[in-house]
Design a protein around this ligand. Structure first.
Ligand code: PLP
Length: 394
């Protein structure tokens, strides 16, 4: 299987053999537990992430099928599926850190992750140093004896800075740190961080992996069996693991992931390019545009640039709000990665935990609008945006 292209791997997921025939769609094992003939097999299953199925919080065949599918696409040794993306991120951080440890994290982060790190610092005495996402020397300069972990996002939310994964992971390896990369925005179709030296990859599977805005789920993929086992034990302990129906929805979504990503990226290019030429727009933030600070790095690292971009309006917050009220096809809503186009205002929603100085440091303005581009026809999307900006379709 490992020699197959992602498009083929995504479709041909493992299926159970049922007395000589195989279901085309993977079954949902809707059970909280499993019974045994052999107590030793039972005990062994409770103690490791890849043993016999025992109790739903430890393991379930549908959940493991999803874990194996994502681990396969990311090139990892194993995965832990969770009830949400934050469930995956918090399981990894809490499962690997202890009080007094030091974390180096990139400055531009999803707001929920920034909040979690602030909480770890305030309540669990974990120290955090923030560095730019593309500065390996800053990682090495920040390292101290208590440093344990480097945290990155392949494409950051919402200003779409691209992390220098080879450089940053290389610096972390030199310093003996575990590197964790949130690959939600890129998906394994655009980037496989383990190939660039990451130790753990996390996803909000709520987004592109599932792809239809109908499930909350997360997953953490591990380069080594040892990290897999440690985080699995912690996720089981705190009850963060996914349920079989959520895992099944993610598995169903994964089958069309490569197709959807191609359309998300193409639509984003069409919208971002046209908006960049609109008189009401001061800046468009998408790493596929030469004006983006990450453009050169992104062009080297990624085959395409993702389905999320942000843009700034000349008149600031009022203009942003007026735009979000005026769109008819695009919806004003949180989240991203579904088939429909969504718009939102990061400063008052996803990044509301950041103060004015932190927002400014992240480049998020009061007039910044984030767009999660869907798979509709690009001309319909542009017509909607143009009417919402008040200029008509150009
Ligand atoms: N990581 C990124 C990059 C996100 O955008 C999000 C949610 O928007 C999360 C993690 C958290 O995922 P979830 O909402 O599934 O907990």
């Amino acid at each position: 299987m490992s020699s197959l292209h992602p498009e083929t791997r995504a479709v041909h997921l493992p299926r159970p053999d049922l007395n000589g025939s195989t279901p085309i769609s993977p079954p949902i094992y809707q059970t909280s537990g499993f019974s045994f003939d052999d107590p030793e097999v039972f005990a062994d299953g409770m103690s490791r992430p890849d043993g016999a199925f025992t109790y739903g919080r430890h393991s379930n065949p549908t959940v493991r099928a999803m874990e194996d599918a994502v681990a396969g696409l990311e090139g990892g040794a194993g995965a832990v599926a969770t009830g949400s993306g934050m469930g995956a991120i918090s399981s990894v951080l809490l499962g690997l850190l202890k009080p007094g440890d030091h974390v180096i994290a990139q400055r531009a982060l999803y707001g929920g992750t920034a909040q979690l790190l602030a909480d770890l610092a305030a309540r669990f005495a974990v120290e955090i140093t923030y560095v730019p996402e593309d500065d390996p020397a800053a990682v090495l300069a920040a390292v101290r004896p208590a440093s344990r972990l480097l945290y990155l996002e392949t494409i950051a939310n919402p200003m779409t800075q691209v992390a220098d994964l080879p450089g940053m992971c290389g610096a972390a390896r030199e310093a003996g740190l575990v590197t964790v990369v949130d690959n939600t925005f890129a998906s394994p179709v655009l980037c496989r961080p383990i190939e660039h030296g990451a130790d753990v990859v996390v996803h909000s599977a709520t987004k592109y992996l599932s792809g239809h805005s109908d499930v909350l789920a997360g997953v953490a993929v591990f380069a080594s069996a040892e990290l897999h086992r440690r985080v699995w034990s912690y996720a089981v302990e705190v009850g963060a693991t996914a349920d079989p129906f959520a895992a099944w929805l993610v598995l169903r979504g994964i089958q069309t992931l490569p197709l959807r990503m191609a359309r998300h990226c193409a639509n984003t290019r069409a919208l971002a390019t046209r908006l960049a030429g609109h008189p009401a727009v001061t800046a468009v933030h998408w790493p596929g545009l030469p004006s983006h600070p990450s453009y050169d790095l992104a062009a080297k690292l990624l085959p395409d640039f993702g389905g999320v971009f942000s843009f700034d309006l000349t008149v600031g917050r009022e203009a942003g709000e007026a735009f979000m009220r005026a769109v008819r096809l695009a919806r004003l809503a949180p989240s991203l990665g579904g088939v429909e186009t969504l718009v939102m205002h990061p400063a008052t929603t996803s990044h509301r935990s950041l103060g004015p100085a932190e927002l400014a440091a992240a480049g998020i303005g009061q007039g910044t609008v984030r767009v999660a581009v869907g798979i509709e026809h690009p001309d319909d999307l542009w017509a909607d945006f143009a009417q919402a900006l008040g200029g008509g379709a150009a």
